[in-house]
Unconditional design. Sequence first.
Length: 83
Amino acid sequence: QHFEGERGAERKVRSVFADGNVKYFEGERGEERKVREVFASGQVHHYEGERGAERKVRTVFADGNVKYFEGERGEERLGGAGF
């Protein structure tokens, strides 16, 4: 895990996993929320929402294809696609 910020106010900005996947976070310490997940395959998931309620809004595939999602966390459904 990677952190940024002054001592005592460090916040998580990135988690790197052995399989090559990387999760990115934004927000103040204790309020970090997942905003992006990059897979070793090149696929990227984008998230919106407050910590604990992040929902997937878009997936970008390595070939440039994009799928958009609607709905709350755990109930996301395909809302459109394109390049």
